[in-house]
Design a protein around this ligand. Structure first.
Ligand SMILES: Cc1cc2nc3c(=O)[nH]c(=O)nc-3n(C[C@H](O)[C@H](O)[C@H](O)COP(=O)(O)OP(=O)(O)OC[C@H]3O[C@@H](n4cnc5c(N)ncnc54)[C@H](O)[C@@H]3O)c2cc1C
Length: 573
């Protein structure tokens, strides 16, 4: 076994970097200050938005940038004794009670979070934020919080969209947000086993850079990769866009260290074990309710010799779905299988840049003519991306297998050009939500997974439910979908919906989001494939895993945390 210490890639931000250097997203939106979505170079975007949701970007008023000074932040109720204990645990400079730090840690980035924060309607702000430097300090914080009967909420990147971070509105106990951002190092790399020990607060790009330096990758790339952490991925059962090859985080994480009031849960990284119900699995998806994850040992892979994403078109959604199912049944071993419905295909064309986008790709070639000559209706075509990774021979063989399946299903390949664009754009799309909010519109997502036999029914049911919901709230709305993350028995369907707000943004959002979630259940899907449960999805948990399933989970949380100190209310509502 080769256990090697990976050198710190950045001496100024190694262990013990001060709290002030832990990066955070904008308090009011996605990503970093100064970066946002704009459409000046995307001529098809404004007409698309007008047609999809009736929003005229030519005349719509853009909201002023939210002002922090205008926010009402309730005073901290952390007692002097608690603050003293926390300062003793992590040092004076790593305990924050200023309003900005407290607001940054109040919510994740769900639409509900963004609407509330922009409307100066924060319901409960944490009273204090602490930044421990190592596991021993995490232990001291946990003990101080439990002794003071405070609520302790672990904070990773703050990117969740399920209401997993907020303290309950009526919480009267002091609320401590434990930010793991100083724990960001790859500690060991076992090259014989393909296992890396990584601290839980490492953000995606940080941990990937440390692994890449040694020629390895974790292979986990959620769309929120740039602003989410290893601990957050584990605590929410996250899934990345290359999960077809690397697995969801539940498969990637093998070993764990979790700090609880009584001590540390230490799960070694064993490839498979039959030691009763899996404690590892209990921690994965626990959303901070069972303790603070300080580090995980994860499967890592040597960086592939080749990595490419090819684009394909199908004449319609049914053909695209059938091809994805056939691929999952075949011998093909791929990294990405994704197909968009016709609406999402239209959206992709509309958000392409004129100079080198998908629209140019389509209009500047003979493709539309070829499609029409095949009898395709261009309003119904579906764009697909398939990812290939590995040695040159492997990639060549997989590509041959996929090409044959695509052909059998009436599709056609269009090369790697659009795939390169998809790869480059994938982490920018999240900024679009803030742009829509600036213009009085909602854009959000809901995702599910279902067996292959039920996917078409789930899709039809969700589209019908969303359209009925738009009718109920009296607005013109949009819903689009893609299939991604294929498994032997089924796949994930990822829906994006948008509409212009009326007088009651959260009430209207609840009608649409609720209708989509209920349709998942009614048609045989789950309430969440990779966004966790939090508060947002908890109303449907019983219908998803049965009342006995919920009772079992409740017994676990109550027994493990009798004082209800660890992120209470999440998952079970
Ligand atoms: C635009 C956008 C795109 C997204 N795309 C994806 C995607 O492709 N795939 C995907 O899976 N998700 C996606 N998400 C959701 C989100 O990024 C994930 O849920 C992510 O795993 C959260 O990680 P985080 O570090 O930001 O955790 P946070 O948001 O900080 O926390 C989430 C939950 O985990 C708990 N937690 C965090 N760290 C720890 C720890 N160390 N110990 C114990 N509990 C902890 C928190 O208490 C909270 O309950 C997306 C979100 C947005 C806004």
């Amino acid at each position: 076994m080769t256990l090697t210490d990976v050198p710190n890639t950045d001496a100024t931000s190694g262990p013990g970097r001060p709290a002030a250097e832990v990066p955070h997203m904008k308090w009011w939106g996605w990503g970093v200050e100064g970066v946002g979505f704009h459409h000046e170079d995307k001529p098809a975007f404004a007409p698309f938005v007008l047609q999809a949701v009736g929003l005229d970007l030519g005349t719509a008023t853009k909201a002023e940038a939210p002002s922090f000074d205008g926010l009402d932040v309730a005073p901290s109720v952390a007692t002097p004794e608690l603050l003293d204990a926390l300062r003793a645990a992590v040092g004076d400079g790593n305990v924050a009670t200023d309003d900005l730090d407290r607001v940054v840690h109040a919510y994740g980035k769900s639409l509900r979070d963004l609407v509330r924060i922009r409307a100066n309607a924060i319901e409960r702000t944490p009273d204090v934020v602490v930044y421990p430097a190592d596991e021993a300090e995490v232990g001291a914080v946990v003990r101080a919080a439990v002794e003071a009967d405070a609520v302790l909420i672990p904070f990773g990147g703050g990117s969740n969209i399920a209401g997993s971070l907020e303290a309950l509105p009526g919480e009267t106990r002091p609320v401590v947000s434990l930010d793991v951002g100083r724990l960001r190092r790859v500690l060991d790399l076992d090259e014989d086993s393909g296992l890396a020990r990584i601290q839980a607060g490492a953000l995606g790009p940080d941990l990937e850079a440390q692994l890449n330096e040694r020629g390895w990758t974790i292979g986990h790339f959620p769309d929120s990769f740039t602003h989410s952490t290893l601990g957050g991925w584990i605590a929410t059962r996250s899934s990345g866009m290359q999960s077809d090859k690397y697995g969801d985080i539940a498969q990637i994480v093998r070993g764990l260290r979790v700090v609880r009031a009584g001590g540390v849960v230490d799960i070694p990284a064993i490839p498979s074990a039959s030691t009763g119900p899996s404690v590892r699995e209990m921690i994965v998806g626990s959303e901070g309710r069972l303790g603070v994850i300080t580090e995980a040992t994860v499967q890592v892979h040597r960086r592939p010799e080749q990595r490419r994403i090819n684009a394909y078109f199908f004449p319609d959604w049914a053909a695209g779905l059938a091809a994805m199912r056939a691929i999952s049944e075949s011998d093909a071993a791929l990294s990405v299988t994704r197909v968009s419905d016709a609406r999402e295909t239209g959206f992709s064309l509309a958000t392409s840049k004129e100079s080198h986008g998908l629209s140019k790709f389509l209009s500047g070639t003979a493709l539309p003519t070829i499609m029409k000559s095949k009898g395709w209706d261009l309003e119904r075509i579906c764009l697909s991306f398939i990812g290939f990774e590995g040695g040159a021979e492997h990639v060549k063989r997989q590509k041959r297998l996929v090409d044959a399946i695509v052909k059998q299903h009436g599709g056609m390949g269009v090369g790697t050009g659009p795939g390169v664009l998809y790869d480059q754009k994938k982490f920018d799309t999240p900024y679009l939500r803030d742009f829509l909010l600036d213009h009085g519109a909602a854009g959000d997502v809901s995702e599910t997974a279902a067996p292959w036999s039920k996917l078409a029914g789930v899709y039809d049911g969700v589209v019908a439910a969303a359209e009925a919901a738009y009718e109920r709230i009296g607005t013109k709305g949009w819903v689009m979908c893609h299939l991604s993350h294929s498994y032997h028995s089924g796949a994930c369907l990822y829906f994006t919906f948008a509409f212009v707000f009326g007088d009651d943004p959260i009430g209207e959002y609840d009608v649409v989001k609720g209708a989509i979630q209920q349709a998942f259940i009614d048609h045989g899907g789950t309430i969440s494939h990779h966004h966790g449960v939090g508060l947002e999805h908890s109303p449907w948990l019983e219908e998803d895993i049965s009342s006995e399933g919920v009772a079992l989970m409740r017994s676990l949380f109550t027994a493990a945390d009798p004082g209800g100190n660890f992120n209470p209310g999440k998952i079970l509502g």
